[in-house]
Design a protein around this ligand. Structure first.
Ligand code: AMP
Length: 122
């Protein structure tokens, strides 16, 4: 992080601001997105904010990236019938607003859910 302010996700990890935490380990946290874009919309992120985006995480700690993906899989099994869309917005022009790497895990409560086919945006 180039910013000196802690990210919103670091503040959630520190319980400085509230969130619906659905998973927490020593290294990874998952929460419900405050402004869901799908029937189920979770965010999975490392506790460390040292990586701004998925490209930095992949280069700096691929094991941690794999851990995020594993947490997304497990949460999708619990909350979305096992099938899900995984999105890493990377850069401002791609819609990234929080520069503490995070995965959006999007889906429906059951495997016959209704994310639009052929659309990444909705
Ligand atoms: P991005 O735009 O890819 O950086 O994603 C940031 C996401 O964080 C957005 O989907 C926001 O709705 C979500 N978000 C921001 N603040 C909070 C918060 N306090 N609790 C839960 N989700 C949040």
């Amino acid at each position: 992080m180039s910013s000196t302010e802690p990210s919103v996700f670091t503040r959630i990890v520190a319980r400085e601001i509230p969130a619906e935490i659905v998973f927490e380990s020593d290294t990874v946290v998952a929460i419900k997105d405050i402004a869901p874009k799908a029937p189920v919309h979770l965010l999975v992120f490392p506790k460390t904010e040292q990586y701004r985006d998925v490209t930095e995480l992949a280069a700096g700690d691929p094991t941690l990236l794999a851990e995020l993906v594993g947490v997304a899989r497990d949460l999708a099994a619990q909350h979305m019938g096992g099938e899900f869309r995984l999105v890493f917005n990377t850069g401002e022009s791609a819609g990234q607003t929080v520069f503490h790497v995070h995965a959006h895990v999007l889906g429906s409560p059951d495997a016959r859910g209704h994310l639009s086919e052929g659309s990444l945006a909705q």
